[in-house]
Structure formats: C-alpha cells, structure tokens
Design a protein. Structure first.
Length: 400
C-alpha cells in the first residue's frame, strides 16, 4: 500500500509536468502501477481488519468510498478544466496523495506483519503476467486504428498471448504462485469474476460517451455535466451500503442478478435519451445504472474474497481488481471500436464530414449503450446457480 501511494504521488507530479508525449506515457504507466499496488492491497487490508462476520459490511464501505471518490472526480475535473489547463487534473492530486501517505504512516502501515513463513514474490510470473496482459489490452485498444490483421497488431498480440502462456507454465511450477489456478476449477468463482468484468465494462460506456452526450449534445457545460454524471457513482455508493445488509440474509446470486438487471435496464433506458429528454428523467436513468452496479459489487466481491483463505486476502484483492481493470480496458477497446464503426457508417449514410455532429454521435451512442445494457441483462442468466448465502462457500484447501 505504501509503495503504491509513493509511486502514485511521484507519477502524478510527473504527468502534470510532462512536456513531451513519451514522458507523459511513461508517467501514466507508473501511475497505473501505483494504483494497482493500492487497489490490490486495499481489499485485503479491509477484510483482515474485521471479523469474517463483518466482512461484507467492510467491503460495502470500501465500495462506497470508491464510488464517492469517482463521484467527486467528475465535477472537480470539470471545474479544473474550465478554470486551468489539463495539467491541473494531475497536479491537484499530489498534495492530498502526500496527505494520504502521512496518514498511512501514522496508522503504522509501514510495520512488517508477524508471519511464520515469509513468502517470496514470484518475479518471473509477475513480469510475464504484467507484460502479456499489458500487450493484449494495448492491442485491443489500438487494433481498429492499426487494422486487426496488420503486422504490428498480429505480432504484438502474438507476443502478449505467448507471455500469458509462459505465465501459466511458470505459475504451475512455482511454489508460491501469484494465482492459484485451482480456484478456476470452481465454476461460481470463474462466473463471479467474469460478471465483475462485464458489469464494469458496461458501466464504462457511461464514462466513455456520457460526457460528450451531456456537455455537447444536451449543452449542460463541463461543470454541470460533471455534476450530473456524478449522480451515478453516488447511487453506487448508496446501493453498496444497503447491499451489505442483505448479503448474509439473501441469496448472493439473487443480489447479483438484481444488480445486473437494474444496471442493464438503466443502460438501455439511457441509450434512448436524447437532447429533448427532461433532465430529471436522465438523472433517474443514471441512478439506475449506478445503483445496479452498487447492488452487484458487494455480493460479488464478498464471494471472491471469501473463496480464498484469509492468509491469502492479498491474492483475492488482486484478482478482484485485475478482473475489474480487464473489464474496463477491454470494454473501452470494444466500445470504442464499435462506436467508430457505427459513427463512420452513419456519417457516410448522411454524407456528413463533421464526425462530432450530434446527428452522427447520437445513433452510435444509443447503439453502444443499448448493447452494454443488453449484455448486463444476459449476464443475469449466469447468476442462476443456487447458493444460499455467503456462508455456503466451497472449501479450497489448495489456497490455504
């Protein structure tokens, strides 16, 4: 956690002071590494700080705080961009990251825990996974621009897949693997992680296309648009809080199903919104999307964290955040590719050269959000396995 905070602080400063693009890209990579350190260790710190009985409530608070941070980020970013330049979006976070570091030191996070058998980090596996996953996701985001069958696309995709294959081989031989592949023999565990990626990928359509829709198509302005967009993560935070009360009393698959259902309905409804849709109606649609995600996240994360022994909570947190990140990045690649295809097709159909014209944007936007919502609705079918509550989990001896 401390290493992540330190890397994040210096990376943010580097992003804000970057004068050339390659340096900015390197700083962003460093920022991603810092965030990965923090987000993978945070769920473990949360679950290990409370009893197993209170774990769902603790995870709900964790999800709620993340959602509140996302909610605050949109309007703050709008104000900063309207008042200063893009560098301010990065530089304003340096002081409070320093404050976070100070608070972490005061909470004695620097103290080494007492452990009977120190574990050695699997460096080979970490390098293979990071490089392979990074290459595959990078190709997914650039494939449409380069061409899916162009030499750079195929060569980098092949290298990425090869590195991921090396990762699997290394992990199966490692005494202390980063990921215990025996976990993936549990169907519900695999399903939970796939649905986590799906729910976050679907939600990203709002963050990807929503700002342009609110600011340009509807004309709300950057600050007002950010405030409207913040409604969705606020709804996520509130839904996560109440979801925690239900996790141990209601079937977790039922909660996950309702979450995906509500998120899907909200996305489909949002896809039908236009410049003439009353603002309160748009807000209701965004609330549905955010509330659905919040209702889904807590039972999903609780299941994944509880599937792994408490001595391996760092591993559980890493898996949860990795699938979330894969969902976001892969979602961006898919939604961006689909949007560009639909946008260009509509532009050719209407003979309009200005690609930012609302007559081109709105149909493409509607199709992308509608598809994301439909995928969430279809995802509810994957939650039909019968499991009573979070207490009824299979034993995974190999993870202990």
């Amino acid at each position: 956690m401390l290493a992540g905070i330190i890397v994040e602080m210096f990376a943010l400063a580097a992003c804000g002071m970057a004068t050339v693009f390659w340096f900015f890209v390197l700083a962003r990579i460093a920022q991603g590494i810092g965030i990965a350190f923090m987000l993978s260790s945070a769920p473990a710190l949360v679950t290990l700080s409370v009893s197993e009985e209170n774990q769902p409530r603790a995870l709900a608070l964790f999800a709620m705080m993340i959602a509140m941070g996302v909610a605050a980020g949109a309007p703050i970013g709008g104000v900063l961009l309207q008042t200063w330049d893009w560098q301010s979006v990065y530089l304003y976070r340096v002081p409070y990251t320093g404050l976070l570091l100070l608070l972490s030191l005061c909470c004695a996070m620097y103290r080494r825990p007492t452990i009977t058998k120190p574990e050695v980090l699997d460096i080979k596996g970490a390098l293979a996974l990071g490089s392979g996953l990074g290459l595959v996701l990078f190709v997914a985001s650039r494939g449409f621009t380069w061409g899916w069958f162009a030499f750079p696309t195929l060569s980098m995709a092949g290298m990425g897949i090869g590195l991921l294959a090396v990762f699997v081989i290394v992990e199966r031989k490692s005494e202390n693997p980063l990921i215990d592949f025996n976990l993936f023999a549990i169907p519900d565990f695999v399903t939970a992680n796939c649905l986590n990626a799906l729910a976050n990928a679907a939600m990203f359509t709002v963050w990807f296309l929503g700002p342009y829709f609110l600011v340009t198509v509807r004309g709300h302005g950057t600050t007002a648009g950010g405030l409207i967009l913040a409604v969705s993560p606020i709804a996520t935070a509130i839904a996560a809080k109440y979801s925690a009360r239900l996790v141990r009393r209601i079937n977790i698959n039922l909660l996950s199903r309702w979450g995906l259902l509500i998120e899907g309905i909200g996305l489909v409804a949002m896809s039908r919104a236009t410049a003439l849709t009353p603002l309160p109606v748009v807000v209701i649609f965004l609330v549905l999307v955010g509330a659905g995600l919040g209702l889904f996240q807590v039972p999903n994360m609780s299941f994944v964290m509880a599937s792994i022994d408490r001595t391996k909570q760092g591993l559980a947190g890493g898996i949860t955040q990795m699938t979330r990140t894969v969902g976001l990045v892969a979602g961006l690649a898919v939604w961006n590719t689909l949007y560009i295809i639909l946008r260009d097709r509509k532009a050719a159909e209407l003979s309009i050269s200005e690609l930012e014209d609302p007559r081109i944007f709105v149909p493409a936007y509607s199709a992308v959000l509608g598809l994301a919502g439909l995928l969430c609705l279809l995802g509810t079918l994957a939650t039909r396995q019968k499991r009573a509550t979070i207490n009824d989990l299979p034993d995974v001896p190999s993870c202990k």
